[in-house]
Design a protein around this ligand. Sequence first.
Ligand SMILES: Nc1ncnc2c1ncn2[C@@H]1O[C@H](COP(=O)(O)OP(=O)(O)OP(=O)(O)O)[C@@H](O)[C@H]1O
Length: 200
Amino acid sequence: MSLEGVGLTFGYRGKGKKGVLDRVDLCLEPGERLGLSGPSGRGKTTLCKLLSGYERPDKGQVLVDGKPLGEYKGLCPVQMIWQHPETAVDPLMKLGDTLKEGGPVEEGLLEALHIQPAWLERYPTELSGGELQRFCIARALRPGVKYLLCDEITAMLDLITQAQMWNFLLEQAERRQLGLLIVSHNSALLERLCTRVQPL
Ligand SMILES: Nc1ncnc2c1ncn2[C@@H]1O[C@H](COP(=O)(O)OP(=O)(O)OP(=O)(O)O)[C@@H](O)[C@H]1O
């Protein structure tokens, strides 16, 4: 049982772009917290996009518990939380409608993330960055999700909010035996949170 990227090779199309990833391997097991480090522009976000099905590799494959990611129907068992939450939600939809699109939310989850019911009546621009990121975490943590890819998700938050968010995610990951991929430029953060760090 694991999330596996095998020989992942990828380049964005057009404009004479050169390849971004060349035969990258990665394996994340349930309950594991894997850090992903590497300089800016190396392809960490791109790798997360491949692992969660937002982009398809030119070569190689993504396997979830031995089965190709593309064969999963319905909710994707690999969910990505993005660095900039405002780019991850439809700006024209009220947050409550966005949340409903993904199916049921576990009871108590919104309260645990201190998400106020009134926020669900608002549009994304009517929340702060930290509030919207908590909403995106709630949206990602569906029943059935097995792997969570966290791409610099607390980089824009103050230290107290960062600590609260990570405490919450670590507790959820432990309880649900989620595999976490944590992307960060902050090596101290990776050392503290992760069971293993893989450079890209
Ligand atoms: N949609 C896109 N179209 C074309 N090129 C892109 C696109 N997204 C990213 N790139 C390019 O792909 C390369 C890898 O970008 P990516 O965002 O994956 O890097 P990263 O390691 O996550 O960087 P950072 O640490 O700065 O967030 C960069 O050279 C970037 O310019």
